[in-house]
Design a protein around this ligand. Structure first.
Ligand SMILES: N[C@@H](CCC(=O)N[C@@H](CS)C(=O)NCC(=O)O)C(=O)O
Length: 226
């Protein structure tokens, strides 16, 4: 059994969707980041960065892992699924996974911050991070032009990018002009396991901001400004 410590955000979905796709049994421990649960000493003891997600693999000497990408790699390697069996294929998945961890995640995260949460609206900061996120979406779109998935069969690289790109509207971005990205997003959204993972620990409306968006943004603002 695996213990998953998470909250309803893209980095959390990366792991819950991976667990669902792999059909692994797991217990969910919600870490309410809006109320500072990530900073509690018991949690920081398992995640020194005080961020979600974290897992503990009870079947492997309580092996504890923080950083969503490292967790995804561990789960894929544990099961030999969602990652190719050959060295080059594995490295290709790692390349796209790293591209998400070092590129899309941080850039879209900052676009969210300046577009949604920052109390002062700074047009140049919003533009910078929205433009950079769109540039990265464009790279994914071009790559997906001749491919169903990022690397061969569906893999953890797809789950990682989908978890972020699915909430492009939360960053104020539309992808109508990126047809391959749009097609791929729709394909993954339609996978029952991914949809289930994206509702852990509870469903959200980040992907389709509604009339509650301002209220959600104000609540999140408090953790961003700390
Ligand atoms: N590099 C980390 C980033 C994790 C991260 O930033 N998690 C966010 C939610 S998406 C969080 O816990 N935020 C709480 C806070 O900012 O205090 C990973 O990929 O696991």
């Amino acid at each position: 059994m695996i213990d998953l410590y998470t909250w309803a955000t893209p980095n959390g979905w990366k792991v819950s969707a991976t667990l669902e796709e792999l059909g692994l049994q797991y217990n969910v421990h919600p870490i309410d980041i809006m109320n500072g649960a990530q900073n509690e000493p018991d949690y920081v003891a398992i995640n020194p960065n005080a961020r979600i997600p974290t897992i503990i693999d009870r079947e492997n000497d309580n092996f504890t892992i923080f950083e969503s990408g490292a967790i995804m790699m561990y789960l894929a390697e544990k099961t030999n699924q969602l990652i190719p069996g050959d060295a080059k294929g594995r490295n290709k998945v790692l390349q796209w996974l790293m591209f998400q961890i070092g590129g899309l995640g941080p850039m879209q995260g900052q676009a969210n911050i300046f577009y949604r949460y920052f109390p002062e609206k700074i047009p140049s900061a919003i533009e910078r991070y929205q433009n950079e996120t769109m540039r990265l979406y464009g790279i994914l779109d071009t790559h997906l032009k001749d491919r169903e998935y990022l690397v061969g069969d569906f893999s953890i690289a797809d789950i990682a990018h989908w978890s972020w790109a699915r909430i492009h509207r939360w960053a104020g971005l539309e992808i109508e002009e990126l047809p391959h990205l749009k097609r791929w997003l729709g394909q993954i959204e339609a996978r029952p396991a991914c949809a289930k993972g994206a509702a852990v620990p509870h469903a959200t409306t980040y992907h389709e901001p509604d009339e509650n968006a301002d209220e959600m943004a104000t609540a999140i603002q408090s953790i961003v400004m700390k």
